[in-house]
Design a binder for this molecule. Structure first.
Ligand code: NAP
Ligand code: MG
Length: 405
């Protein structure tokens, strides 16, 4: 069989621990036998980031800007323990944060649905995609403990040194707490653009929820920017495709989500997205069944799994034990990346390969061949049995070969 040619190089970003082990298996058994592709390879394992003073991370981001589409393995975000474990020069920042900042992008997550793992919410028939604004608000706050009675004020002084406003937050009668948060029009506009781009790409409706009845200026600005972006750049396209943009209060959005059948993008402010993405993840079954894509408003894409490096499984692997880690989200990161590459290159055979790869992976789970995490959430059936990662990937490979013949 002739290999399928991928026209433009794909940016491949390798990572750490158990996901690095699975990454190689997926590549060797599911991709390289069938695809003739050029890979712009960046090794972001922690050791390499340390050796290059993290320059490799920036280079990987630049490569995505150059080629347009990348796929990333999970990477360790170092903390104090990791600094010791890997004898690092310093506590390097999160590679995902660095790449996101470089591409000015928004992260979208979507569950992988299979027939034999029903979501906890019965009405959900199609995936609910979630987009989290990952800049500002309480994640970049200034907060103080107020020790005693006194006045807390909010002021703004412009670049020329002129105070433009000043207001009382609270006249404290005793101890308490205060917090200052912010956002920028530029970041909210990028977020809105990425959300409309993603929803239109996926052909799904877009919902956005905020609390502009209470926060008339702050959340009001989010609502206004989304509405302006919609009217200016998307209303005609959305209508022509039968898609809706729907703004509602965040609490109403939550209530409606629980009764919806899915098939939509839920755009969330930073905190809402942090909380709600964990709720969706667990309601759909397993962390290993959540995909993630970074979409930049400038038209760059980076695909990955939502989960981390599965550290605990890796330590077992190092001891020579076999693990039953689930490679589904990694496989879907590759299929998502290949599909997007094929769409941009106008190579339908690459898109078709991506579809078949996903079909093979879905068929594997639906035939009852399951990794440990899925055994706990699958609908009970006599055919279900737990396999190690190698066996799972071998089964996907077998099914893929059949689909490609
Ligand atoms: P994690 O790697 O997502 O794993 C948490 C737990 O979820 C695992 O211990 C495992 O549960 C289960 N799990 C996750 N993925 C699985 C899979 N593919 N198959 C089977 N089970 C899976 O999160 P973590 O342990 O908190 O973080 C580990 C490292 O990953 C950290 O260094 C963190 O910085 C990094 N991280 C990276 C990214 C990224 O690059 N995108 C994202 C998050 C975290 P059981 O142990 O119960 O089996
Ligand atoms: Mg969270």
């Amino acid at each position: 069989m002739d290999k399928i040619k991928v026209k433009t190089p794909i940016v491949e970003i390798d990572g750490d621990e158990m996901t690095r082990i699975m990454w190689k298996m997926v590549k060797d058994q599911l991709l390289l036998p069938y695809l003739d592709m050029e890979l712009a390879y960046y090794d972001l394992q922690l050791k390499k980031r340390d050796e290059t003073d993290d320059k490799i991370t920036l280079e990987a981001a630049e490569a995505i800007k150059k080629y347009g589409v990348g796929v990333k393995c999970a990477t360790i975000t170092p903390n104090k323990e990791r600094v010791k474990e890997y004898k690092l020069k310093k506590e390097w920042s999160s590679p995902n944060g660095t790449i996101r900042a470089a591409l000015d992008g928004t992260v979208f997550r979507a569950p992988i649905l299979v027939k034999n793992i029903p979501p906890s919410v019965r009405s959900w028939k199609k995936p609910i995609h979630i987009g989290r604004h990952a800049y500002g608000d309480v994640y970049k706050n200034l907060e103080f403990r107020v020790p005693e009675a006194g006045k807390a004020e909010l002021t703004f002084t412009n670049a020329a040194g002129k105070e433009l406003f000043r207001g009382t937050i609270q006249d404290f009668k005793g101890p308490g707490v205060i917090q200052g948060i912010h956002n920028t029009d530029k970041s909210i506009e990028s977020f809105a653009k990425s959300c409309f781009t993603y929803a239109y790409d996926q052909k799904i409706h877009l919902w956005f929820g905020a609390k502009d009845t209470i926060s008339k200026t702050y959340d009001g600005e989010f609502r206004k920017i989304f509405e302006d972006e919609y009217q200016k750049n998307w209303a005609a396209k959305f209508k022509a495709t039968g898609l809706d943009y729907f703004f509602t209060l965040i609490d109403d959005a939550v209530a409606r989500i629980m009764k919806s059948e899915g098939g939509l993008l839920w755009a969330c402010k930073n905190y809402d997205g942090d909380v709600m993405s964990d709720m969706l993840g667990s309601a759909y079954g397993s962390l290993a069944m959540m995909t993630s894509v970074l979409v930049s408003p400038h038209g760059f894409y980076e695909f990955e799994a939502s989960h981390g490096t599965v550290q605990k499984h890796y330590y077992k692997y190092l001891k020579g034990e076999k693990t039953s880690s689930n490679p589904m989200a990694l496989i879907f990161a590759w299929s998502g990346c290949l599909r997007k590459r094929g769409e941009l290159d106008k190579t339908p055979e690459v898109v078709e390969f991506a579809n078949k790869l996903e079909a093979a992976a879905l068929q594997t789970v639906e035939s009852g061949v399951l990794t440990g995490d899925l055994m706990q959430v699958v609908t009970p059936d006599a055919k279900n049995h737990k396999v190690y990662t190698e066996e799972f990937i071998a089964e996907v490979a077998k099914k893929l070969k059949k689909l490609l013949q």
